[in-house]
Design a protein around this ligand. Sequence first.
Ligand code: ATR
Length: 274
Amino acid sequence: MNTPLAGVIGWPINHSKSPNIHKYWLKKHGISGDYHTLSIKPEDFIKELKSLPSMGYVGANVTIPHKEAALANAREVTTRARAIGAANTLVFLPCGGYRADNTDGEGFINNIKQNAPDWDALAGQALVIGAGGAARAILYSLLAEGTPEILLANRTKSRAETLASEFGNRITVIDWADISSATIETKIIVNTTSLGMSGYDELKIDLRCSSQTLVTDIVYVPLQTNLLKEAANKGCVTVSGLGMLLHQAVPGFESWFGIRPIVDESLIRKILKR
Ligand code: ATR
């Protein structure tokens, strides 16, 4: 059998951490596959994607700006990718075409399960900040886990309202100005915006949470955002965003290379070094 190949397709794609993640697991499990970075322009995406299986590719990750096009052109689409409205993991099918999945929500939940095992989705209300692509995956996964109520705040309120109308009546849209007061009764607070990332503005909220509250961020540069630092100072449980990136890669690797890998300390150290 030929060496199975996978890769991440984006435009631009220079700074992706995915090759390091998958190469780490390939080496760890002694699999003679490889994982490449594929820089493909939007106008060439579908044509180039079609040519990959004949070159030995068994699948691919897709990132900005291809996530919606990857969904729209798929032969098969998973329920979660359809609900989230974007694909990040493709598996080429023996009969031609590909199955499109979205593993971001699974990555989000499994990061929390690994790092805050006491968190219980059923225990109470969530507060989600932001209404972009990442928020869609996180809302989907929190609802799938059974979260009874989600407060959703976004700078542009209409985007939050659109998400609430799509994802159903367990979501309540609140004003951006009310985020701080919404932290009081909340069991999990999630920043899905780019605020707090190096070079961006900070997310300024007055956290009124306790040791019963989990605070997590999708931003992982810096690893400990100001939001997480402040949450830790107030005694909240915190989970950083790097694990979401690592865990979202697990299902793709398993589909392509046949082994379900784990996110271990040595992978985390390797990715942090880069
Ligand atoms: P992604 O797909 O990564 O989630 P996105 O769709 O661009 O990216 O969404 C980015 C999120 O960060 C949005 O919720 C955005 O708020 P708007 O919908 O109002 O644009 C939020 N965001 C980005 N910059 C922000 C800022 N300076 N203040 C508040 N929210 C911000």
